[in-house]
Structures are given as structure tokens and as C-alpha cells.
Design a binder for this molecule. Sequence first.
Ligand code: 16G
Ligand code: MG
Length: 544
Amino acid sequence: MDFEAVANYSRLHAKPPGVSLQYGTAGFRTKAEDLDHTMFCMGLLAVLRSKQTKSTIGIMVTASHNPEEDNGVKLIDPLGEMLAAAWEAHATRLANAEEEELQAVLTDICQKEGVDLQHSAFVVIGRDTRSSSKKLSQSVTDGVSVLGGQYHDYGLVTTPQLHYIVCCRNTHGNYGTATVEGYYQKLSKAFVELTKQATSHRDGHMCLKIDCANGIGALKLKEMQYYLPGSLVMHIDNDGTKGRLNHLCGADFVKVHQKPPVGFEMKAGERCCSFDGDADRIVYYYIDAAGRFHLLDGDKIATLISTFLKELLVKAGQTVTFAVIQTAYANGSSTRYLEETMKVPVHCGKTGVKHLHHKAQEFDIGVYFEANGHGTVLFSKAAEEKIRYQAKEEKDNRKREAAKILENTIDLINQTVGDAISDMLLIEAILALKNLTVPQWDAMYTDLPNRQLKVKVADRRVIDTTDAERRAVTPPGLQEEIDDLVKKYPLARAFVRPSGTEDVVRVYAEADMQEHADNLAHEVSLVVYHLAGGVGEPPKTAAS
Ligand code: 16G
Ligand code: MG
């Protein structure tokens, strides 16, 4: 390692005084103006990780659904997964090291992780559409170069596209071609094959209005349009030509506020969806004839996909282990429906893709979705091989057809991470194949009314949770108070957890009626405010 060069370059990307950051659930995230040094450090770290794993590592510059002035960065591990937990700690240490400590920290990471410095390193880089992203990605490449790593800058891509590319590169093309075009080709081919048997799209069912949060999703969908059949009519809105990124639009806004993007024109019954700023989340919605808004979130999506897969597995006569992984945010109705009606095992994991991804890997087929619309399906190698074999060799026509649909489903799903484009195409294909309208899909079960709030506290780490974040262990007395409040309302549930991406405590409540959910959320917020060191004004009611 040429420490002198590292020191010289590091001075060009000086650490802002007093800024201390943590590699959280979604990497580093803060105001873009404070991130130059962190980006440089992540370039360094990616080189070490690449040398250690002898694989290509990805770096994505994005702050997802955060406002335009924020930015962020996360590393992508060899198979397209989130960075390994031990390396998250290295990332935090490296980014917070003072200039004179840099050498010692780098050396220590190499020793602890057995990094072979002689090995070559390759890093792929992508970025979202934020105005700060280009410059920040150049700071990343400075970090990569100074440690002698090679890189390829893929420029503007969605987060899931970069995950896909990393996986393709490290599986020598087995997963697909490691380019954005390769991604379009793989997904569109699977989509065309899947929807061949569908009859419903002829009568206009495949017409979809898409809110792209004024982000990268719009650019990429426009590129992809040329690869998709004309039967899928996409109206791409919030495409970045007028509005601001994630401002009053996008999947997070729609999910949290339970209303359409501001200024979004919708006809009754029209099928609509929203992506988030880096296109790794999606939610669907529509308004009914009475003008009422209906949201189909990650739970509804997981249910639709699980039903579809389960029916096909039964038809094909495949016996594989199958489970759905949710988080504490999953609506109680969805869990009940999956377990009681669909007879599907459901597991609850901690918030954050890495937790859900790992749990899903324990099954032949693991469907994981967060209520916020981030999710995908994982197929074990064995299950995938069985399905592909059956799609080719099965003598029974009915079974073979089912296996073929499963095979195309595997190819349409981005198994590396939740992907708004891939999920959207899968949902469109399922609706077409099952000849379902969105209101029919929505009617599978009725969501319990719910409310999410956030509370500002002096230090959110005073809240520690257990049982997949469903119960608070500290501060003392908090859980008991929540339990007492929950008892006041029918079908109620509530929990609190420190956010991994914002300096707040999140509160979730659901109950039989919206008013009850709102009251419960507010009451729990007040308890948090009083017991966990709330700052500023006490929380107001949801309605105010
Ligand atoms: C990040 C996570 C997302 C999670 C969210 C929770 C990834 C790629 N993204 O966006 O899965 O739902 O954080 O945010 O892991 P919170 O901790 O602020 O509630
Ligand atoms: Mg995102």
C-alpha cells in the first residue's frame, strides 16, 4: 500500500471537522456537502474488500428516498448482497478516522480480514440522479485508484441494476450479462415469455401509471421501454423534468402519508404505482369510484406473489420449502391471511434488507417484503435447478407449463435485492395471467388501519429492542406502558424502534379503526417522548 499517496489524496478529500457518521442499514447517509471524505474512504475500503473476496465489489452513490440535498453510499458484496456486517464496522471506523490514523486503520483492517494486498481489485460504481452524485462518485474513484484498484463507472443506474451487475460479474455471466442492456434483455425476455399466455392485456389491463419520484427510475424505464412489448402501456410520470426528487411523491411519501403523490392525476380504477428515488421500492394504489384511495403496499405485493408461486408449485407437483419473511411493520391482516388462509409459514425479521435476505435464504423459495415496498424472492440453487429441469423434461403437459411459468418468474425477479422495475413487471405479469384487476387483488384481505410517527429524542440509542423489534427492552418501563395502551383498542398492536437512517425513533400502531390507530400512535409517541428523552415540542396528534 502506498501510504504516502493515500495521505496526499486524503488531504484533497479532507474530513470535515466534527462530522461523525455510521454505516447504517443503508450505508452512510447525510447531507451531500459532508460526504466527500466518506466517499473517498469507501473507494479505499471497496479495494480491500475486493482483494479479500477476490471478487468485484459495487459502490452505489444514492440516498434513496431522502431529499435532494442528502446523499449516501453503500457497498455491494460479491453476489449482489449487502456488505457483510463485520465490514460495516470497518467502514464506520475508516470514515471516522482522522488523517493521521488512516494508515493504522487500513493496516488493521487488512490484518483482521486477511486481505491479500498482492491480489488485484475491481470495483463497479453507480449513482442516482442527485446533482451531488457525480462529483461524489469521482471521490469514490479517487479512493479506488489510489490503492491501485481498477474500476468501471456505470454512471446513472438504479440501485438494483448495480446489484445485478455485481452478481453477473462474479458469476461469470451465469446470472446475466453485466451491463444495463443485459439487464433489460434478461428481464424483458422473461416478461414476454411469461405474458404470452395471458389474454387479459388485450382489453387494456396492462396500462399502468408510474410515479418515478423524479428519480433514476424514470430514465431507466424510458430506456427499457424499447425492450418491452407494446401491450404494456406505461405512463411515466414524475420523471424529473418538472418536480424535485422525492418531493411530495415517490413510494415512501405514498406509503407513509397513505395518499397519492401531490398533483398526480388519477382516474377511478386506474392502476398506479410509485418507485422511490433509487428504484428499489415500489407500492401500487388506485382510487375507487367514490374517490377513496387504496394502497397496495409491500405486504399486498408479497401476498400476490406468494399466492401465484404457491399455485404454480402445486400445479407442477414441486415439493419445496416455501416461506414469507416480513418485518414488524407488516400489517397484521397480511400475516393472518398468509398463515391462516394461504397456509404459508411466515417469519418476522428485523428491518433492513440484509436481515430479511438472510432469513429468506434458509428456504428453497423465500419471499421477503417490507411493508414499505422493498422486497424480492430468493430461489435456492437446488430449487432453481429442479424447476429448470422440469420445464424442459417433464412429460405431463400441465406440469411442464407450470414449471415453465416458474422458470420465467425466476428470470424476471432480481434475486440480488428488491427492485422496483423487476417487481413491477412481475406484478403486471401476474395480474395479466390471473386476469385480476387491482381492486380484486386488493380484496384478498383488508388492511388494519395503521399510523406511523416519528419522535425526536436526544439519543435514540437509549431504545433497545428484541423479538425482531417488536418489543422494547430499554428504557425501563417503556414496553409496559406500550402494552397498557395497546390493551385499550381492539385488534391493536404497536412498537417503537430507533431508525437506522434518521436521527429519530419510529412509532408504529395499528388497530380496528383509523381513529384508534391514530390515537394509539400518538399516545405511544408521548410515552417515548417522556421515557426516552424527547427533545423539542411533545408529539402532536396524527390529525394535527
Ligand atoms: C433502509 C433499508 C430499508 C429499511 C429502511 C428503514 C436497505 C437497502 N434499505 O432504507 O430496508 O426499511 O432503511 O429505515 O436495507 P429506518 O431504519 O429509518 O426506519
Ligand atoms: Mg431506495
